[in-house]
Design a protein around this ligand. Structure first.
Ligand SMILES: [Fe+2]
Ligand SMILES: [Fe+2]
Length: 358
């Protein structure tokens, strides 16, 4: 049985402005890439699909969606205790990852403007959407008397360099997993309105359509680069990225189990469903997907999670550094071992079924 850790007490940067969560492997990161290489991408192998997706983005279907209507205008002090802390943590992580997308897309659109106007337009539309998402989440935090200083974040976070291929794989996956995360919460709230404790969740249906379109753009871009899917190296990378995203997702869901339980969502069922759906969707873009039906698939994912929670508990303890070092060896070994076993589960070939999966 996995036990979630208590959400840590809030730390403030200044009154009303929350200090960003400490950076770990699991917190949303900020990325930079080789802009020159992206500008030089030849997309002619899949240009028709790419142009069609970009036209969808240009249409800006959600331009009137992100409006804080009457429902938001009330006092939210009745959300208290662990639920309040867990909700703020959920808002903060979501806001940071939306904002991280905004920064990367904005920079791509700026750098590509002269060199590759088609892709520059696309990234500009993506940045527009992510700015709206991040802004909306930050206003929700303000309803709980807190906000994130996004310009402080921009300056003080470290930027991780990813080559363009990794950006395409990981952003595709994060958009699609984002879609499933939002739509499943939305469907749950629709079926069980008694859990709708804050109106943000009502916005999720159209919101997740933005994420879906972003994912479709990255899918079209990925399929325009045959070296990203038609060889054994690409197959190995795809397995790695799918697995990393699923392990990270499992850990973040179980870490915030209290939050999901407070809105009536069973964390394990939710995690499994998000992963299965994202994996199936990925068959449209990737040459292979993982076998989530393998009997030990989810068990091993949860083993990674359980050991990651042990690591967090060791890190938070006040024992001497040397003791912590030795205590961390068994959980780290267990995570690596389980990830390796998961990686070696025979994947499912998506190219063979390409004509039937749509
Ligand atoms: Fe977004
Ligand atoms: Fe997005």
């Amino acid at each position: 049985m996995i036990k979630s850790l208590e959400t840590p007490e809030l730390q403030l940067l200044k009154p009303g402005v929350k200090a960003p969560v400490q950076e770990t492997l699991l917190t949303p990161r900020f990325y930079t890439t080789d802009f020159e290489a992206v500008a030089n991408l030849d997309v002619s192998a899949n240009e028709t699909e790419l142009r069609a997706v970009i036209e969808e983005l240009r249409a800006d279907y959600n331009r009137h969606h992100f409006v804080r209507d009457e429902e938001f205008k009330q006092n939210w002090d009745h959300i208290t205790g662990e639920k309040r802390r867990a909700f703020i943590d959920f808002l903060e992580r979501s806001c940071t990852s939306e904002f991280s997308g905004f920064l990367l897309f904005k920079e791509l659109s700026r750098r590509l403007k002269e060199r590759n106007p088609l892709l520059a337009d696309a990234f500009d539309f993506l940045a527009r959407d992510e700015a709206r998402h991040a802004g909306f989440l930050n206003k929700s935090m303000a309803d709980l008397n807190l906000s994130l200083d996004l310009s402080y974040l921009t300056k003080h976070r470290t930027y991780t360099f990813f080559p363009p291929e990794w950006v395409i794989y990981t952003v595709y996956l994060s958009e699609k997993i984002g879609y499933w995360r939002y739509i499943l919460v939305h469907r749950h709230m629709e079926a069980n309105p008694e859990y709708q404790f804050y109106p943000l969740f009502r916005k999720f249906e159209s919101w997740c359509q933005d994420e879906n379109r972003h994912g479709d753009f990255f899918k079209a871009l990925l399929r325009s680069q045959p070296q990203l899917w038609n060889n054994w190296r690409a197959r190995l990378w795809v397995r790695f990225f799918l697995l990393s995203v699923f392990v990270t997702h499992t850990i973040t869901v179980f870490e915030r189990a209290t939050f999901y339980e407070s809105i009536g969502i069973h964390p394990r069922k939710y995690n499994n469903k998000v992963i299965q759906e994202t994996n199936n969707t990925s068959a449209r873009a990737f040459p292979l997907i993982l076998n989530t039906n393998h009997p030990s698939f989810f068990w091993r994912l949860e083993q990674c999670c359980e050991n990651s929670l042990k690591l967090t508990a060791i890190n938070q303890s006040k024992r001497p550094k040397i003791v912590k070092f030795f205590q961390k060896i068994p959980p780290i070994t267990a995570i690596i071992w389980n990830m390796l076993r998961l990686y070696l589960i025979k994947p499912i070939d998506a190219e063979l079924t390409r004509e039937t999966v749509r």
